[in-house]
Design a protein around this ligand. Structure first.
Ligand SMILES: [Zn+2]
Length: 421
């Protein structure tokens, strides 16, 4: 890419900042919460479909259940109802001589929590304050949707025609262990030569992702009259045993180059929902989430944990119920041509060296496992601290948003090839 083209793109990205921010605000202001088994993605997806269509892309909007190969797909999570939760795809046709790319993001957002926990009492304000866009989804993952949609806009504004196809996808049901939207996209047959899953954080280049899933554990003790003491004792034995298991997992994580640092290690095993003696003083149930490292498969892991629990209680009884399908982990080789392409593009845009890391649990594993094309996570949200994704007062820095957009534009041009018209 020559110096004139680089400068032209940089200028065009700056000129489109207000438009990018407005689009992100519009997307944040249409709530699309994923609350299993259902979700509210329909309205934002219809908005996004109209938006891509108005840009002249070849668009389609479809529901997972209308894709024949989705029904029996091993990645499908049957427990999530996909009615009224469409996927949107827009294709910007290239000249037919270059490699193709997919820019994907998810349209659903995490639960907003109590509105009172947000500074402006509104999780969906889309407000701009101090160079940031606030609201649930601003970082995760409507910034991804905005970056994807702005990419062909920028290219068109400077008369760049790509040699390969640019496909944009916005999928439903990523949060809450879903991934059904991504699975439907793959079941529909989309197979680009490479993909950026615009669901990353901190502008890191994620070339690996964790997999994982949960286990529901039911415990029962002999009826104990008017107290839950026996049940609590039983639960405590599980807590102790699972804490030992977490320590073993910390060692596993510690040996991995991308995951050997807190806090990921301590979250490798995490208690979620706990309910003890609510309807019956002798019965309880709790959920434990597990994260799997790249290279780890669900089945042997589940066996290992089941074995580890053996003999945990001498009186009482328990049963395990695993998540019907785990989310797969994956890893792309550092040095893969597409990894290098994104790294170079990041440096071209920011002047900084890229930081290559591993992501948490996300859809990238599905793309890599079932798509057969290299997929990398990348995005501007905040992973921890102030404004973090999934927390109150989630925000995205406009500067980071624009740097990510510029990186993605460069990467798309380098990967697909282009000509100036
Ligand atoms: Zn996300």
């Amino acid at each position: 890419m020559n110096a004139v083209d680089i400068e032209t793109i940089k200028r065009a990205v700056r000129q489109h900042q207000d438009e990018a921010v407005r689009l992100l605000q519009d997307l944040v202001r249409i709530p699309s919460v994923n609350h299993p088994p259902t979700g509210d993605e329909k309205e934002v997806q219809e908005f996004y479909f109209r938006h891509l269509e108005s840009m002249g892309l070849e668009c389609e909007i479809f529901e997972a259940d209308d894709v024949p190969a989705f029904k029996e797909h091993p990645g499908r999570l049957k427990e999530h109802d996909m009615t009224n939760r469409p996927d949107v795809v827009g294709v910007c046709k290239g000249g037919g001589t270059g490699r193709s790319i997919l820019l994907t993001a998810h349209a659903d957002v995490e639960l907003p929590g109590d509105p009172a926990s947000w500074s402006d009492n509104n999780p969906f304000s889309g407000a701009v304050r101090a160079g940031r866009v606030y609201g649930r989804g601003s970082g995760d993952d409507k910034s991804g949707m905005a970056i994807a949609a702005m990419t062909p806009r920028i290219l068109e504004s400077v008369g760049v025609r790509l040699c390969g196809d640019l496909t944009i996808a916005s999928v439903s049901d990523e949060e809450q262990g879903g991934a059904n939207g991504t699975v439907a996209l793959l079941a529909k047959g989309y197979r680009p030569d490479a993909c950026i899953n615009l669901d990353g954080c901190n502008q890191d280049i994620y070339i690996a992702n964790l997999g994982g899933g949960y286990c529901n554990i039911d415990i029962r003790v002999a009826s104990s009259g008017f107290s839950t003491e026996d049940l609590l004792d039983c639960f405590n034995r599980f807590r102790e045993r699972i804490a030992e298991f977490r320590n073993i997992r910390k060692t596993d994580f510690g040996a991995h180059p991308y995951y050997g640092i807190e806090p990921r290690m301590s979250r490798s095993v995490a208690f979620a929902k706990v309910s003890l003696g609510v309807e019956d003083l002798s019965r309880g149930t709790f959920t434990v989430w597990f994260r799997l490292l790249p290279g780890e498969e669900p089945e042997p892991f589940q066996k290992r944990f089941t074995e580890f629990l053996r003999g945990v209680v001498d009186s009482g009884d328990y049963s395990l119920q695993w998540m019907p399908r785990f989310l797969p982990s994956s890893e792309i080789e550092d040095g893969h041509p597409f990894v290098n392409c994104l790294k170079d593009s990041f440096t071209l845009s920011t002047g900084r060296a890229p930081s290559v890391k591993g992501a948490g649990i996300d859809d990238t594993g599905f793309l890599n496992l079932y798509g057969g094309f290299p997929s990398i996570g990348f995005g501007p949200g905040n992973l921890e601290g102030e404004g973090a994704i999934h927390r109150a007062d989630e925000f995205v820095d406009i500067e980071k948003l624009m740097e990510c957009l510029e990186t993605v534009v460069f990467c798309t041009m380098k990967w697909c090839g282009y000509e100036r018209t």
